[in-house]
Design a protein around this ligand. Structure first.
Ligand SMILES: Nc1ncnc2c1ncn2[C@@H]1O[C@H](COP(=O)(O)OP(=O)(O)OP(=O)(O)O)[C@@H](O)[C@H]1O
Length: 338
């Protein structure tokens, strides 16, 4: 079995506020990512996807704490527990950018508007590889070319505002890959793009993953994108990972009512002839302040029964590479055993 690159064990994330009780935005999450593979984090808005990803880079807001758990990252010469590193420590800064980088939905949040894209990529290469400006520019041009920026040598002199959304996204990907990270975190990188550009960027990421062998933690609320890009999926609801496993296994036989509801709320081309009816998930995600002690999905679950609001379901193994937290799984098992 391949050694994991990233292992998150029992990680919780809380936010403090001066006049309210702490908010537990992420609750005892376990995730594993192996080199060369893509793990998609999915779920509705506010379920904790971005906060989980930002914890890996220690880019959480100042009022955030990681009170329990570990985030083990394999540096090649041993594992480092990122949860124990200070955000501005030398060790964390060495990991950020060099071993782990991130791309965002909105490239302007990581590209400087007052520097050309070439200068911005050069700067990372110079810092990381100690090349001179001329050598760095050669690498920048080849990187921009590799991520599909046409006329890369000339375009390197462009400012971000002079590029289309798709080209800005490609420039940001070039920046993120400038020091060949082992882990790329992608936070909804295609959500703001039209479908054709979205498909091109997904293709590009897959191809770069083959070329560079990096692992990807891919955040999206789009199950179509998951099917395109991911090997594994973790479904989050209100800070809990309710189901996770191999994408094929989870898509073929989703076990958690939330995963089932997510899948029933997206159109499928195959069902068109049957005049499919989409079933939106009733209600909205409650605030983490109102999360029940038991299963997070209780208030919206069509199958909720006695233990759900008060007892947190255990992680139940369904297949070799498929787990879910739902009382229905253990309930059925107990009945079957009786
Ligand atoms: N600085 C903060 N202070 C208090 N609560 C916060 C803070 N940052 C995030 N949260 C809360 O943490 C929870 C998880 O947010 P997060 O951004 O991770 O959700 P998400 O699943 O990525 O949603 P989206 O798809 O909309 O980006 C939300 O309830 C959010 O309000």
């Amino acid at each position: 079995m391949t050694k994991p690159l990233l292992t998150i064990n029992d990680m919780s994330i809380t936010f403090t506020s001066p006049d309210e009780a702490d908010i537990e935005a992420v609750r005892q999450v376990d995730l594993t990512l192996t080199p060369g593979k893509t793990l998609a984090l999915v779920g509705e808005s506010g379920c904790g996807k971005s906060v989980t990803a930002r914890a890996v880079l220690r880019l959480l807001d100042k009022n955030a704490k990681i009170p329990t758990g570990e985030i083990l990252f394999d540096t090649g010469s041993g594992a480092v527990d990122i949860a124990k590193l200070k955000s501005d420590s030398l060790a964390m800064r060495a990991l950020r950018g060099a071993e782990i980088s991130m791309i965002f939905q909105e490239p302007m949040s990581s590209l400087s508007p007052v520097h050309t894209i070439g200068d911005q990529v050069d700067e990372i290469i110079i810092l990381h590889d100690r090349l001179n400006k001329k050598q760095a520019r050669e690498r920048t041009v080849s990187l921009l070319d590799q991520v599909g920026v046409p006329g890369a040598r000339d375009r390197a002199n462009a400012y971000p505002f002079e590029l289309s959304g798709g080209l800005r996204q490609r420039a940001m990907i070039a920046m993120a890959l400038a020091c060949t990270p082992k882990l790329l975190i992608a936070d909804e990188p295609t959500t703001a793009l039209d479908v054709t550009t979205q498909a091109q960027i997904l293709d590009l990421l897959r191809q770069l993953q083959d070329d560079f062998g990096m692992a990807m933690l891919f955040i999206t609320h789009d199950l179509g994108v998951v099917a395109e890009i991911a090997d594994d999926i973790a479904v989050m609801y209100l800070g809990d990972v309710v189901e996770q496993g191999d994408v094929f296994d989870v898509f073929r036989a989703p076990k958690h009512p939330y995963t089932q509801a997510l899948m029933n709320s997206v159109p499928r081309l195959m069902r068109k002839a049957e005049r499919q009816r989409l079933t939106p998930i009733k209600g909205t995600v409650p605030s983490p302040k109102d999360r029940p002690v038991g299963c997070a999905f209780t208030s919206r679950c069509p199958h909720a029964f006695a233990p759900c609001p008060t007892v947190r379901p255990e992680r139940t193994q369904i297949g070799a590479d498929h787990v879910a937290r739902c009382h229905l799984l253990t309930h059925v098992r107990e009945e079957a055993m009786a």
